[in-house]
Write a protein that binds this ligand. Structure first.
Ligand code: ZN
Length: 365
């Protein structure tokens, strides 16, 4: 049985037999609701008020150098969701873990599981407060700092090369290229993408069990990179783009520039070009004249990253960093993007397919 089918069954069970009103946002597992523990009872009252939106969900910030509040669990909370509190357990001293399932249930789409997530509650002097599980779990991790970079690694990971040095070297390279001071950042390294979400407090969310577990996220403007790749250069490039262009960076070129300079999913652009070259040979109906219409190549790459990366590489070879700056300053509409590609590469759109195939062929040799 798949994990999501299992959770649908759980919901069905509680809606059918729990006896609680379905108008409430939160249903309790009866064993939780009947707990005799006075602290658990207080926690339940507080949690119910938070999920009903009666009181704000205040999460205690963890005192850590620059790893600011991330609060991923808030992704699983919305006025549109309903909840089942599956379990409450005392994990340490006065700290309790609440395992909650959130879902939507509509006539048109039926039951849709959003997440099963674990938030932590602490009871101090009869006051209940909540703790971000991500920052709590990170407390036991190894922290290495060097020149503005804080690397957080789980105790289970060890590498035979100094990751911090590689991160710092690439960071300096990007600072030089983008003509700014090196950006300080926190880098949190995970064994896998699903582990990242597990540390963030999730047992389940729909994007955590992807085929490719080599993934990362750049949280801007807080400059935190979460990744299952030891040196995820692509995400570092995003920090520089964000700093210089803010929200205005062209969305399509943003990924192309990051892939050109930092590769994608831990592999250099050339690796992906080799794959897309054969993909295009096997799919002759694809015409790169309309490249913005195409999305996925496979579970690892999109056209936006790979063809975008190749186009940014070609722009850089002709115009240098100013060509990249202009690409990132281009408006987000398709016409502006095609116009800039034509002008910067000096190629007519009708000839773009042959032009790109010829250049990819050269670049993968
Ligand atoms: Zn990216």
């Amino acid at each position: 049985m798949s994990l999501s089918k299992f959770f649908v069954l759980i919901i069905f069970f509680y809606l059918s037999f729990s006896g609680y009103s379905q108008n409430k946002n939160l249903h309790f597992n009866p064993t939780v609701y009947n707990s005799e523990d006075s602290t658990v009872k207080k926690i339940l009252i507080r949690w119910e008020k938070c999920l009903n939106g009666d009181v704000p969900l205040e999460i205690i910030e963890h005192q850590d150098n620059r790893l600011q509040l991330i609060g991923f669990c808030s992704d699983a909370i919305s006025p549109d969701y309903q909840y089942i509190l599956l379990n409450v357990r005392n994990i340490k001293d006065n700290i309790f873990e609440l395992k909650t399932l959130s879902y939507t249930n509509s006539e048109t789409n039926g039951i849709n599981i959003i997440a099963v997530f674990n938030i932590l509650a602490i009871c101090d002097d009869n006051k209940i407060r909540f703790i971000d599980p991500f920052l709590y779990n990170l407390k036991e991790w190894t922290l290495i700092e060097k020149n503005g970079i804080c690397l957080h690694m789980p105790p289970s990971i060890s590498f035979d090369f100094p990751i911090i040095d590689s991160l710092e070297k690439f960071n300096r390279k990007m600072a030089n290229l983008f003509e700014v001071r090196p950006i300080p950042f926190s880098y949190v390294l995970f064994e896998s993408y699903s582990k990242l979400w597990e540390i963030a407090g999730f047992d389940f969310r729909d994007d955590m069990f992807t085929t490719s577990q080599q993934r990362g996220i750049a949280l801007t403007p807080t400059n935190i990179i979460l990744s299952s790749i030891p040196v995820h250069s692509h995400e570092i490039v995003h920090l520089y783009i964000r700093q210089k262009w803010g929200e205005k960076a062209n969305n399509w070129f943003n990924e192309g520039v990051a892939t050109f300079l930092g590769g994608h999913r831990g592999e250099p652009l050339k690796h992906h070009l080799q794959k897309i070259y054969f993909f295009l040979q096997n799919n002759p109906k694809i015409n790169l004249k309309n490249l913005l219409e195409y999305q996925k190549v496979d579970d690892y790459a999109d056209f936006r990253y790979i063809i975008g990366g190749e186009i940014c590489k070609l722009i850089y070879e002709i115009h240098g960093i100013n060509g990249i700056y202009s690409a990132l300053s281009t408006a987000d509409d398709s016409k502006s993007i095609y116009d800039y590609i034509e002008v910067s590469l000096n190629v007519n759109r009708n000839d773009l397919h042959a032009f790109l195939i010829e250049n990819i062929k050269k670049d993968i040799k």
